[in-house]
Design a protein around this ligand. Structure first.
Ligand code: ADP
Ligand code: ZN
Length: 434
């Protein structure tokens, strides 16, 4: 598999650090000068741009949180005059008020390069057909990968979300070889294919880049099996850019972070202290090439682990392991911390069940309750009606032994859990409503 920008993707750590330091100094200066809010925060801590000479000085800068974005909504952290901003996007608002991001022409170009790296790492070339089922709109997904595919010169099919049967027909008839969407939607497409009598041999997908929500290795295997293509992970967030902040190569063991554009740190989510590379913590990004919206030390709330080692693909860019979820997605059930993705892992490892599930948390008589609705496969349903209860108990036993919490499992008929065209809604936490 090739590279999009080999000299940047494979540079030595010394070259990388030199480049990062230069870009960091320049960005901090510019932000200090142009963004009053950041300047005030730095002044409060007694930090000046001159104090930030290398990436090792980053810890001196204030951390930014989603609250800072809300306080400055919509444009308070932009670092260029509005007439240089040629595009606005906004987060999908999964967790609260939406966040607005701005891009200059140059920012869009860099975004395209980052996504082109991801696609090239997956083997895409200009001869390929790029089927984009991420939404086009304020959500960054569709446009981001579109810009990348355009740079490569792929034949783009900008389908956007919706009408899944039509999506299947297009994949088949137009000859889509690459696809981008959320992993949960990829499975929905697979399911729809099955209903339509379309098999993986009828389509020509080589690989899919799936992201925008957490997913597990088990889910990856399901997708690869059902769509007959490689399933690669791509990560990003509106605040930092959108998809393409990091991307998986075909080694499938973590996503390379585009470190020449984003410096990554991991911090202890409780104390904010920087952790040594390799320890699990909250990922914090600093943009060092963005004009319009260059956030410094932005707390993602995504919990991840960094791995810096030479990858078999030849890239030297640090890798982040699949984020398990956001710190604010983490459920605390009777004092036990659980991520929905851990539950997914247990469910899918058992076989028999489909990767469609919903987790319902409530509080009854001051005690947290955990209910998991999970679909079983169609064959199973007709087969084992008599032993559903046994199956439910078995799954509950597995959840208990793996995660240390008791749960009530409800096996439900295929297709009773709502499908999503974008990010799946996995958790309903009713405790928040009381
Ligand atoms: P919102 O915050 O409204 O969901 P975004 O589209 O900006 O809007 O979502 C970005 C978030 O999506 C990330 O912070 C992360 O939690 C999640 N995400 C994106 N890509 C991945 C991925 N490949 N794996 C796990 N989580 C991801
Ligand atoms: Zn690699």
């Amino acid at each position: 598999m090739g590279y999009w920008q080999e000299n940047l993707e494979c540079m030595s750590i010394d070259e990388l650090r030199t480049l990062q330091n230069e870009r960091l100094r320049e960005t901090v200066e510019r932000v200090y000068k142009n963004v009053k809010y950041e300047q005030d925060k730095m002044k409060e801590l007694g930090v000046e741009p001159g104090d930030i000479k290398t990436y090792e000085d980053l810890y001196k800068l204030p951390l930014l949180t989603k609250q800072d974005l809300r306080d400055t909504y919509p444009y308070g952290l932009f670092a260029v005059p509005m007439d240089e901003v040629i595009r606005l996007h906004a987060s999908s608002g999964t967790t609260g008020k939406q966040v607005v991001a701005g891009y200059t022409q140059n920012d869009i170009g860099i975004w395209g390069d980052c996504c082109a790296r991801a696609l090239t790492a997956a083997g895409a070339t200009k001869s390929d057909f790029m089927h984009v089922s991420y939404g086009y709109g304020l959500f960054t997904g569709g446009f981001g990968v579109h810009h990348g595919a355009e740079k490569i010169g792929m034949t783009i099919i900008p389908v956007s979300t919706g009408n899944t049967q039509r999506q299947v027909n297009i994949i088949k008839d137009f000859g889509s070889t690459y696809i981008c969407c959320t992993p949960s939607y990829a499975l929905f497409i697979a399911e729809t294919m099955k209903e339509m009598g379309v098999t993986k041999d009828d389509i020509g997908l080589k690989a899919g880049l799936f992201g925008a929500e957490p997913w597990t290795e088990e889910m990856r295997r399901e997708i690869e099996d059902k769509l007959g293509c490689k399933a690669l992970d791509i990560y990003g967030l509106t605040e930092i850019m959108g998809p393409g902040v990091s991307f998986e190569c075909t080694e499938q063991s973590g996503m390379h972070i585009n470190e020449d554009h984003f410096i990554v740190e991991t911090i202890d989510p409780d104390t904010g202290k920087v952790l040594p590379e390799g320890e699990q913590g909250e990922l914090v990004f600093t943009c060092i090439t963005k004009d319009a919206f260059p956030l410094l030390r932005y707390r993602t709330r995504d919990i991840g682990v960094l791995k810096r080692e030479k990858c078999s693909c030849g890239r030297t860019l640090v890798k982040m392991l699949k984020p398990m979820g956001r710190s604010d997605d983490m459920l605390i059930i009777r004092g036990v911390n659980v991520f929905p993705s851990q539950i997914e892992s247990v469910l899918l490892n058992l076989g028999n069940t489909n990767p469609h599930y919903q987790i319902i948390v409530d509080r009854v008589n001051n005690t947290d309750t955990l209910d998991i609705n999970v679909e079983i496969s169609a064959d199973m349903f007709s087969d084992v009606v008599s032993s559903l209860e046994t199956q439910e108990k078995k799954i509950a036993g597995q959840v208990l032994s793996t995660l240390g919490i008791s749960a009530k499992i409800h096996l439900v008929e295929p297709k009773t859990i709502p499908r999503s065209e974008g990010k799946a809604v996995r958790v309903i936490d009713k405790r928040k409503l009381h």
